[in-house]
Design a protein around this ligand. Structure first.
Ligand SMILES: Nc1ncnc2c1ncn2[C@@H]1O[C@H](COP(=O)(O)OP(=O)(O)O)[C@@H](O)[C@H]1O
Ligand SMILES: [Mg+2]
Length: 244
C-alpha cells in the first residue's frame, strides 16, 4: 500500500456518528458525541476570516459549543513558530524548513487544542489546516503532496477535518482584495506566480479529496457565500442527529 493510500484513507470518513467514552477526572461518566471538525482553506483574501466568524455565530445559534483556531498558531508555542515562519527577515528559509515548521506548529495545535476539544464534544473551526501545507509547500514550493503529507502524519496523528470548505476565488481577485491591507508577511509577499500555483494546488486537492471538500464560490457577496456554507452545515447537523 502506498503512503498516499495509507494516509488518505482517514480523510474519507464514514457517515456514521462517532461515539466515544470520555474520561473526566478519571471517571468515565458519559458517552459523548464528538464535535465536528471544520477547516477553511483558500488563498489569502478568499474570505476565510469573514466566513469563519459567521460560521461560529451560526453554530452557536444552533446550541453548539465552538472553538476557533488559526494556523499557523493557536497555542503559545505555535504562535512563536508562526513568528519565525512569517517573519520577512527569514526570506532565505529553505522550503523543507518551512514545511517542517508548519508541521511543528500544527502538531502542537492538534495535540493541545483540536483533539481535546473534539473529544469533549466541541466543534472546531480551523482557519487553514494540513491542506494549506499541501497547497503552499507541496504545490507552491514544489515539495510534492506526498512528501508534505508524510511529514504531517505525525502532526495530525489521525485527526483530519470532517468538512473542508475551499473558498474559491481567482488569484487575481484574492490579490486585489488583500492589496493595501498593511504590510505583507513572508508568504503573502511571494510573487503572483507562487499564489497561482497554490490556487492550482487547492483545486487538485479538492478533486483528490472530493469526499470531505466543499468548494464554495467565494466571489459572491459575503451573505451569499455564508448562505451556501450554512446549507451544508445544516445538512451535517441533521445527519449527526440521525435525521437523514
Ligand atoms: N465575499 C466577499 N466579497 C468581497 N470582499 C470580501 C468578501 N469576503 C471578504 N471580503 C473582503 O476581502 C478581504 C479579505 O477577506 P478575509 O476574510 O480577511 O480573507 P482571508 O481570511 O481568506 O484572508 C477583507 O477586506 C474582506 O472584507
Ligand atoms: Mg484571514
Amino acid at each position: 500500500m502506498s503512503i498516499w493510500e495509507t494516509i488518505c484513507d482517514p480523510f474519507e470518513k464514514s457517515d456514521s456518528v462517532q461515539h466515544d467514552q470520555v474520561w473526566y477526572n478519571g471517571i468515565v461518566n458519559e458517552t459523548m458525541v464528538k464535535g465536528i471538525f471544520i477547516s477553511f482553506e483558500g488563498l489569502d483574501g478568499s474570505g476565510k476570516s469573514t466566513q469563519i466568524s459567521r460560521v461560529r455565530s451560526f453554530l452557536e445559534s444552533c446550541g453548539r459549543r465552538v472553538v476557533m483556531v488559526r494556523e499557523p498558531g493557536g497555542t503559545v508555542i505555535s504562535e512563536k513558530i508562526r513568528e519565525i515562519i512569517l517573519d520577512v527577515g527569514n526570506r532565505g528559509m529553505a522550503p523543507a524548513a518551512e514545511a517542517l515548521l508548519y508541521a511543528a506548529s500544527r502538531a502542537q495545535l492538534t495535540a493541545e487544542v483540536i483533539r481535546p476539544s473534539l473529544d469533549a464534544g466541541m466543534d472546531v473551526v480551523c482557519d487553514r489546516y494540513v491542506d494549506s501545507s499541501l497547497a503552499y509547500q507541496g504545490w507552491g514550493r514544489q515539495l510534492g503532496f506526498e512528501q508534505v503529507l508524510e511529514i504531517n502524519r505525525l502532526s495530525v496523528n489521525g485527526t483530519f477535518p470532517d468538512i473542508t470548505f475551499l473558498l474559491d476565488i481567482p488569484p487575481e481577485e484574492a490579490m486585489r482584495r488583500t492589496s493595501g491591507k498593511g504590510r505583507a508577511d513572508r508568504i503573502e509577499e511571494e510573487a503572483p506566480e507562487f499564489h497561482r500555483r497554490v490556487y492550482e494546488g487547492f483545486n487538485r486537492l479538492a478533486a483528490l479529496y472530493a469526499g470531505r471538500y466543499r468548494v464554495i464560490d467565494g466571489t459572491g457577496l459575503p451573505g451569499e457565500v455564508s448562505r451556501q456554507i450554512q446549507q451544508i452545515l445544516k445538512k451535517e447537523l441533521i445527519k449527526r442527529r440521525g435525521g437523514v
